[in-house]
Design a protein around this ligand. Structure first.
Ligand code: PGA
Length: 251
């Protein structure tokens, strides 16, 4: 099975309205030539999702959110629910980014509730998993990502699982300029796909797209994306410049 590549740009807490609109338009222009072959997603701060969706019009670029709450409404000050995202044209949502896990105390169970809720509300979840440097050095990488993956997909149907995107993001590679080698990343991706196969069978496991994230840039993207189980990239810093992001899409 050939999995369609997906490159997503996580803008994190960057850009104001004018910058976001300009960046989104520039990304649409610069990646238009690849639209037939690659899914392209931009993930702006929450207040800028609506203006970015408007700016993109009917272009090939989809829009995602960086986070959401699993409940549909209620007394959760500061949180956003799935329908609030879909109602402004958002199609994807990042669940369990390591910054959310580390800085905001999100547990794998809570992340799993978000992934399930995303499917319930018609959003495609991008489930992030990844080990810290200490965990890698202690030989715990496979166990850590397996646990995060299993809890993250808990309760999903096979159909929902097939449409879930997984992002392997080693914490030590995020924003550090230190990328996993293609061999290191491929080994973890193959391990993750093996877990998906145990859980839901070969057909579902082969359908799931697994992105790599962590200091992806135009000089390392082609090599990483050449590995058999790396189906795309979740790009942070390098997604804030349209040309740089577009050359990763081109890779
Ligand atoms: P980075 O971030 O590309 O800046 O390392 C990746 C991410 O956090 O998704």
């Amino acid at each position: 099975m050939t999995r369609r590549r997906i490159i997503a740009g996580n803008w994190k807490m960057n850009t104001d309205r004018d910058e976001a609109v300009a960046l989104a338009k520039a990304v649409a222009d610069a990646t238009a030539a690849f639209a037939a072959d690659v899914d392209v997603v931009v993930i702006p701060p929450a207040t800028l999702i609506a203006p970015v969706v408007d700016a993109l019009g009917d272009s090939h670029v989809a829009v995602g959110a960086q986070n959401m709450h699993p409940e549909v409404r209620g007394a959760y000050t500061g949180e956003l629910a799935g329908p609030m995202l879909t109602s402004v044209g958002c199609g994807y949502v990042v669940c369990g980014h390591s910054e959310r896990r580390q800085l905001f105390g999100e547990t794998s169970e809570f992340v799993g509730a978000k992934v399930a809720a995303a499917h319930r509300f018609g959003l495609i979840p991008i489930l992030c998993v990844g080990e810290t440097l200490e965990e890698r050095e202690a030989g715990q990488t496979e166990a850590i990502v397996a646990d995060q993956l299993k809890r993250g997909i808990d309760g999903l149907s096979k159909e929902q699982l097939a449409e879930t995107i997984v992002a392997y993001e080693p914490v030590w590679a995020i924003g550090t300029g230190r990328t996993a080698t293609p061999e290191q990343a491929q080994a973890v991706h193959a391990h993750l796909r093996g877990i998906l196969k145990q859980r839901a069978g070969a057909e579902v496991a082969e359908a799931v797209r697994i992105q790599y994230g962590g200091s992806v840039n135009p000089s390392n993207a082609a090599e990483l994306l050449g590995a058999p189980d790396i189906d795309g990239a979740l790009v942070g810093g390098a997604s804030l410049k349209a040309e740089t992001f577009a050359s990763i899409v081109g890779a």
